[in-house]
Write a protein that binds this ligand. Structure first.
Ligand code: AMP
Ligand code: GLY
Length: 417
């Protein structure tokens, strides 16, 4: 089989690594991929970003399956385009991608189908939003409707901050259209978990739970990033939470997917908040998380290609996911200065003796040397018999990876609620 993987991050490197393990895979094209996918077995990077060009490439090269990593091509309708030309692609059509592409749509969907979520109001006019915040109990959470590269959610502690946020999103239009509409919602206190799942539209199969660490500094301080590290499973996601999550989030979501006739064969990723009043859904994503994927695929025993094919055939109901009885700790190494300004172009050294798996994100391969090109440069995943062992292995093994200006959090796996 010939596979095309779209995207350039650590998540896509992990997808290439895992899919290449299937013996029927002869070739994987990564568009555009990165220095890590360039080094992976059977993989070749191709420098194509445009959806129509990707489609032409898939036809010309008789690609058997396309796997989409990031949300952007999904919300631009790549799945609808590929399918209309008879091409096999894994991911939701536009109708499903809206669950991530529009927060207003997602919240209305949750309300319509009874998914437990924070109380909210949505606004199209700044004047009504500014009026509304006069009578709120603080803190409140303000969310830009559209995609905003992880920067579209602000927790506002008081009215002045809420006013500033509404002005920036709706009037100054800092997200170039994505913040024209907003959601204002109730602030929930609790512990977050990422539950990535696969769905064929008839069944939702949750993967092992994970815990992302979104902020740049230890102790969950500083600005949000794409994710600085992950542990899996998430120690707070016990049987009771899973039961609550199934009843209040998964089942109503599935009812909605069916009722809306969404052509949804892909990933549905639930960002949840576990509170003293039960489990709430914060958001849907319609693609794998980064760096959740690096940790989760390291624990998955199943063959990923076989799982995707079963999903595309609509046969997930009889499929059994299997996980290693281990914990994973994934620590992201970033360029110092990220998520602000940082220097790049530094060579990366990885000792041959390294036991954990390095997934490259922001680095290119030039003359056989990996050089930093991005903010999040790489992630290291280590396993252990339990969380403590996985954490201690990850930090021990990270000493065997280095580049100038390397920065990482030293508390991945410590839970700050
Ligand atoms: P979202 O993109 O909706 O997941 O929001 C990004 C982050 O903002 C989440 O991971 C939470 O940390 C935080 N957040 C979002 N909604 C809420 C809420 N209603 N209450 C508290 N924190 C929230
Ligand atoms: N790590 C969070 C995300 O991928 O959205």
């Amino acid at each position: 089989m010939k596979i095309l993987i779209i995207g350039s991050g650590g998540r896509e490197h992990a997808l290439a690594w895992k899919i290449s393990q299937n013996p029927s895979v002869k070739k994987i094209y990564c568009a555009p991929g990165n220095g890590g996918s360039a080094l992976e077995d059977k993989c070749e990077n191709i420098n194509i970003l445009d959806i129509d060009e990707l489609l032409a490439f898939s036809k010309k090269n008789q690609i058997d399956l396309t796997v989409v990593g990031p949300e952007e091509p999904l919300t631009k309708g790549i799945v609808d385009k590929f399918k209309s030309q008879g091409l096999n692609i894994f991911g939701p059509a536009l109708s499903g991608a809206k669950l991530e592409g529009s927060k207003v749509y997602a919240k209305d969907f949750m309300k319509k189908y009874g998914v437990k979520t924070a109380a909210y109001e949505s606004f199209k006019e700044a004047s009504s939003a500014l009026q509304y915040i006069k009578n709120c109990e603080y803190p409140i959470v303000i969310k830009a409707d559209g995609l905003a590269a992880g920067k579209g959610v602000v927790i506002c502690d008081n009215q002045a901050m809420a006013e500033e946020t509404i002005n920036a999103f709706m009037l100054e239009d800092i997200f170039k259209g994505s913040g024209k509409d907003i959601v204002i919602e109730e602030f929930l206190q609790g512990v977050e978990a990422s539950i990535l799942s696969i769905t064929d539209g008839e069944t939702i199969l949750p993967f092992i739970s994970a815990k992302d660490h979104k902020q740049i500094l230890d102790g969950d301080k500083g600005p949000n990033t794409g994710g600085m590290g992950v542990i899996a499973p998430n120690p707070y996601v016990n049987e009771e939470v899973m039961k609550d999550f199934n009843i209040n989030v998964v089942e109503p979501t599935l009812r909605g997917l069916k009722a809306e006739n969404m052509d949804f064969k892909g990933i549905i990723f639930f960002g949840i908040m576990i509170t003293s009043k039960g489990t709430y859904l914060l958001e849907y994503n319609v693609r794998l998380g980064d760096p959740e994927t690096q940790a989760i695929l390291s624990l998955m025993k199943n063959d990923l290609l076989e799982l995707i094919e079963t999903c595309l055939e609509g046969n997930l109901s009889s499929y059994k996911l299997q996980w290693k009885s281990k914990s994973a700790c994934c620590v992201v190494a970033a360029s110092s200065g990220y998520p602000g300004i940082y220097e790049k172009g530094f060579p990366i050294n990885i000792e041959k003796s390294l036991k954990g798996k390095v997934f490259i994100a922001g680095a290119e391969l030039k003359n056989n040397v990996l050089k930093t090109t991005g903010g999040r440069v790489l992630s290291l995943v280590s396993l252990g018999d339990n969380l403590e062992e996985a954490k201690s292995n990850a930090y021990k093994e990270l000493k065997e990876v280095n580049f100038e200006n390397m920065y990482y959090r030293s508390d991945i796996g410590v839970m700050h609620s």
